[in-house]
Design a protein around this ligand. Structure first.
Ligand code: MN
Length: 320
């Protein structure tokens, strides 16, 4: 903890004038520490889409399977990559655009556009075949591309539910500010600063986009049994009660040792805001068998998914 930070906490405690030693101990007990920091890894996805991948295939991240950041990149006209027709079964994909425009089509005739700030929450369930490509005009002109795709696993009993889309334009995503105005949050899933998301999720999770001005700090309640992670989109910040520092492109893993997470922006930020995605979810603790875009509980279910895809039961690429 820095001197400033300690002084600020002392000041807050004096102002309240009611904090006792046991209350201070309680803060130390309930505030989570961080367990480690991972660097994201650059990889290619689909046709020419460069992504930063920050959740390796590791059960520690349960219920999340993957987080890909596409961009940020300035793309030349005609050089915007995308992901042509492919299937999914057994989990949810959540696409959050920051810059650029994508469009989505599936073999059932569903389509939608994603503009900056929009979120598409797709419950693949029993299966979809879809394409995720740059919107035509954006592909033609090029420009800045930046966004995220998160894969959230589904519990055993929900893996074969009917596919469902929740498409939320930016204007409908709740935005809240903290009392000193230094922290803004977009609430994609879960709750923050007294506001609740409009998306409902099968697996209970939190998906929060925090933007912190210099000296901004947020303490977010997260149930004790949730796994929790923070991905730094921009800037440098301090995480957890051990004030672990992390910077752009890094993923902070929190220990499950409390019910509150803290994120703090330094006073002397050279790049601001500190831009962070906070992800947390209750671990499913079920067996995972993954074959590319199929995530099931047993090998038999994976063979079935491959068979259903080959025989066209999930949908046909030719229809896209
Ligand atoms: Mn997909």
């Amino acid at each position: 903890m820095t001197k400033n930070k300690q002084a600020q906490e002392d000041h807050n405690i004096k102002e309240d004038a009611v904090a006792t030693d046991s209350e201070i101990n309680k803060i130390q007990m309930t505030r989570r520490s961080t367990s480690r920091v991972l660097n994201s890894v650059k990889t290619m996805e689909g046709e020419g889409l460069v992504v930063n991948r920050s959740l390796p295939n590791n059960r520690e991240f349960d219920p999340f399977l993957l987080l890909d950041e596409f961009g940020p990149l300035e793309l030349a006209p005609g050089k915007v990559g995308g992901v042509p027709a492919h299937p999914h079964r057994g989990f949810e994909t959540v696409t959050y655009m920051l810059d650029g425009r994508f469009e989505h089509k599936d073999s059932q005739g569903h389509s939608g556009k994603l503009n900056p700030g929009d979120v598409q929450w797709m419950t693949a369930g029993s299966g979809v075949v879809h394409s995720e490509m740059p919107e035509k005009e954006f592909a033609r002109t090029g420009g800045r591309l930046h966004g995220f795709q998160l894969w959230v696993n589904l519990p055993k009993g929900d893996k074969m539910v009917e596919p469902r889309y929740q498409e939320i334009p930016s204007s409908l995503i709740p935005v809240a500010k903290n009392s000193d105005g230094r922290v803004t949050v977009k609430i994609i899933a879960g709750e923050a600063l007294g506001n609740r998301a409009v998306i409902d999720t099968r697996t209970p999770i939190m998906y929060l986009h925090f933007m912190l001005q210099p000296n901004g700090e947020i303490v977010q309640h997260v149930p004790k049994d949730y796994n929790a992670f923070a991905y730094v989109i921009n800037g440098v910040g301090y995480f957890g009660k051990n004030e672990q520092s992390a910077q752009r492109g890094q993923m902070v893993i929190f220990a499950r040792d409390g019910e509150e997470l803290s994120i703090r922006a330094p006073a002397d930020a050279t790049t601001s805001p500190l831009d962070v995605l906070l992800l947390a979810g209750v671990p499913l603790k079920e067996p995972i068998v993954q074959y590319g875009p199929f995530v099931m509980n047993t090998s038999e279910e994976i063979y079935q998914a491959i068979e259903d895809y080959r025989s066209g039961k999930i949908g046909r690429s030719a229809q896209l």
